[in-house]
Design a protein around this ligand. Sequence first.
Ligand code: ADP
Ligand code: MG
Length: 260
Amino acid sequence: VAHEAFDDGRELRARAGSKNARTVVSVRDLAMRYGKAEPVIEGVSLEVREGEVVSLVGPSGSGKSTILRAISGLHAPLSGNVELGIPATEMGFLFQDDALLPWRTARDNVALGLRLRGKAVGAAREEAADWMARLGLKGLELRYPRQLSGGQRKRVALAQVLALKPRLLLMDEPFASLDAIVRHRVTQDLLDWVEREGIAVLLVTHDLEEAQALSDVVNLLSRGPRARISHRYPVEIPRPRDLIGVRGHPTFAPLLQRIW
Ligand code: ADP
Ligand code: MG
C-alpha cells in the first residue's frame, strides 16, 4: 500500500487498489439462507484486492458472518458465487467465537497450524511464543484456554491465524473484546503487516469508526432479511496512525440512522 504524504506530515493510506493489485476474493450477487427461511442476504457483491483492507459493517443479525461463511466455503450460496484468486489454503479465518482446542496450551494452539505445515515442534513453539508476545500475551504461553479471559483467548486465536501468514484474512469482529491498548497495538500490527506483505483483509465489524480507521473501502450492509450492501465508499479521510480509535467521519452518523 502506497503512502501519500501531507504537508503537515500526515499520511493517507492509498486507497483501494493500486490499479494492478490482484483480486484475492470476489463475491458476486450472493444470496444466502438457512434452511427454507427467507434469504438472510441477497444481491451482495464485493471484492478485496491484495494489500487492501475492506470492511463489512452492518447491524447485528444483518448477515455479516453469513457472508464470511460463504467465502470460507462453510456454507453454500443459494445463488451467486465466490471466486478466490488464491488457493483456499492461503485463507485465514478468525471466527467470531474462538475455536481454540481446550486440551492444548495457548502456545500449542498457536503452534498447531505451523506443525501441520511441517515445522518442527521446537521451532513452531518458538514462533508461536513470538506471536503471542507481539499480541501482549507474554507469560501466558502455558495456560489452557479456560484459564484465559475472553480478550486473551481472542488474541490467542488472532496469533494462531497470523502465524500462518494468510494472503486473505477474514476477520469476524476481531477486536470487539480487546481492551483499548491491546486493540491499538494489534490493529497497528495488522496494518503494518498488510502493507508489508500485501495481504488482503476482509474485516467484519459493527463498529463503523473502527472500519473507517482501518479500511480502504467500507461496505455498509442494510438490515436483514434480504440484506444488501446499501452504501460502499472508499475511505478518503486522512488516517494518520494516531487517528485510530478517534471519532470517525461526522457525516456518516445521519446516514447510518437513515439506513439502519
Ligand atoms: P451478523 O453476523 O451480521 O450478526 P449473521 O450472519 O450471524 O449476522 O446472521 C444473519 C441472520 O441469519 C440472522 O437472522 C441469524 O439469526 C440467522 N442465522 C445465522 N446463523 C444461522 C443458523 N445456523 N441457522 C439459522 N439461522 C441462522
Ligand atoms: Mg456475526
